[in-house]
Design a binder for this molecule. Structure first.
Ligand code: SF4
Length: 161
């Protein structure tokens, strides 16, 4: 959020939602999802910094739902799996089971540097590896943590909206 937008939001609270511009270039495979993306989130070992930004991406300012992305409670209802954190030894099995429970077509979004390459937790005794070492990753969002706009942009790439 720019300073100008922040001041405008304070003065006119009804204008909280950011204009995030035109849709980004669709990711390969987005066409199969027909603009509607049901998202199951799994924290595979995050510090919870990435969760805060995902919450913000679905909050009133970035409002990912207006672009067709929606959080759901079951992998059986999900088109996409959003994974945060390095995958810990305890979470490798549950993450793989969650992926297996999803219907086809299914996509995986690795959110944050830890999900991409273990980040600051690389080499930790309890770390199994990056998300791509457990389930196939289609989209990765860089950052520690990534900005909610970057997370929303990645989701928009899948909805094409
Ligand atoms: S990328 Fe940063 S914010 Fe996200 S889980 Fe790792 S350490 Fe935490």
């Amino acid at each position: 959020m720019t300073l100008r937008t922040a001041v405008r939001t304070i003065l006119h609270p009804h204008t909280a939602t950011e204009d995030l511009g035109p849709p980004p270039r669709p990711d390969p495979g987005a066409r199969r999802l027909a603009g509607s993306l049901q998202v199951r989130h799994v924290d595979a070992g995050s510090c919870n910094g990435c969760e805060l930004e995902i919450t913000s991406a679905f909050g009133p300012v970035y409002d990912a739902e207006r672009f067709g992305a929606r959080l759901v409670a079951s992998p059986r209802h999900a088109d996409a799996l959003v994974v945060t954190g390095p995958v810990t030894r305890n979470m490798a099995g549950p993450l793989a089971k969650t992926y297996d429970a999803m219907p086809e077509p299914r996509m995986v979004v690795a959110v944050g540097d830890c999900a991409r390459d273990c980040g600051v937790f690389r080499g930790g005794y309890g770390v199994e590896g990056a998300v791509a070492e457990v389930v196939p990753v289609d989209v990765a969002v860089a950052g520690c943590p990534p900005h909610p706009e970057a997370i929303t942009k990645a989701l928009r790439g899948l909805t094409g909206r």
